[in-house]
Design a protein around this ligand. Structure first.
Ligand code: DAH
Length: 339
């Protein structure tokens, strides 16, 4: 029986099969168990001899089963490990990675350039009141210059800001001069869209107020901006223009030679010396709030520019609408190092 058991145990290929063999010999009705039960029919002397023999047999079979069980378990573990093995020499799977939007990156770069010049970066709300978007900026309701800013009106009489300039007023209301701020953010225009017009785009507003601030300071600042954006060879050009909140007002362009060997003037934005009516509007508001008048008699300059224009020129983007069409073939090109 031991011989036969040994063969069967050895041949059991898995734990279930081994269990069947175990039951066959050592179970309640197993071969060995039955032999043990039959001892009762023997004489005491025979029982002693036979009993020892059967117990030895039982121990032997038990030991063989335990050994085989350990063997099978080890084999199963090895198989499991082998199936889970990782080949570290295989090339890694490439997971899609996100990135900041190109316009966000340009606004961040602009903010860095101005932070280095000591400016604070502040943001305003995209919903505005007529008073802040227009009136306090020296644009009364009847002023024809309102046509420059086609406006989305909200049902409650407010509007989506058409430029970042309202933050000039809001900031001066709550802070004293001297001050230097830039305001990056989204603006909205109720306009037909085409390759160079979107109904939502971005601006970076700048405002500097202090004593004896001059047009020369403004020009130096814009020149520094141009160099920060396009390198030491960049040049700037100013030409007279009109914005109700500045006097004199100007448009500025930046000359730059790009890596493709082209050189161009890029019309970047508007600027000028803060209009006295703007300072007066701020002081009137401050007075209403019980704050000291402090802006009349100050001097300052302001500017506003469009990051989309920078991106379009710098990267040869032919249509402003590509920025917001969520096409990863376009946006995915701007994830790495920017040139
Ligand atoms: N807010 C003007 C616009 O949206 C841009 C601008 C022009 C801003 C002159 C200024 C400025 O601060 O001085 O067209």
């Amino acid at each position: 029986m031991l011989q036969e058991a040994r063969t069967q145990i050895q041949q059991a290929g898995n734990l279930e099969a081994l269990q069947t063999v175990k039951t066959h010999y050592l179970g309640k009705n197993g071969e060995v168990t039955r032999q043990l039960k039959s001892l009762g029919a023997l004489s005491p002397e025979e029982r002693k001899v036979k009993g020892q023999e059967i117990n030895l047999l039982k121990q032997e079979i038990d030991g063989l089963i335990s050994a085989r069980e350990a063997e099978l378990k080890e084999a199963a573990l090895q198989a499991k490990l082998a199936s889970e093995a990782i080949d570290v020499t295989l090339p890694a799977l490439s997971l899609p990675s996100g990135g900041l939007h190109i316009i966000t990156r340009i606004l961040d770069d602009l903010s860095d350039i101005f932070t280095r010049m000591g400016y604070n970066v502040v943001e305003g709300n995209e919903m505005e009141d007529d008073a802040y978007n227009f009136q306090h900026l020296n644009i009364p309701w009847y002023h024809p210059a309102r046509d420059l800013w086609d406006t989305f009106w909200l049902k409650d009489g407010r509007l989506l800001r058409t430029h970042t300039s309202p933050m000039q007023i809001r900031y001066m209301l709550e802070h004293s001069a001297p001050l230097k701020i830039v305001v990056p953010g989204k603006v909205y225009r109720y306009e037909a869209t085409d390759a160079t017009h979107e109904s939502m785009f971005h601006q970076l507003e700048g405002l500097v107020v202090g004593d004896n601030i001059s047009m020369a300071d403004l020009k130096g600042t814009i020149a520094e901006l141009a160099r920060g954006l396009f390198g030491p060879k960049a040049k700037v050009r100013f030409q007279p223009s009109f914005y109700p909140f500045v006097e004199p007002g100007a448009d500025f362009a930046v000359w730059w030679e790009n890596p493709r060997g082209e050189s161009k003037w890029l019309e970047l934005g508007g600027c000028g010396m803060v209009h006295p009516n703007v300072f007066k509007a701020v002081d009137d508001l401050r007075e209403q709030r019980g704050l000291p008048r402090m802006y009349e008699g100050k001097t300052g300059f302001a500017f506003g520019l469009g990051p989309e224009r920078i991106a379009m020129l710098k990267y040869g983007m032919p249509d402003i609408r590509y920025f917001y069409a969520n096409d990863l073939r376009v946006l995915g090109q701007f994830k790495g190092e920017l040139q």
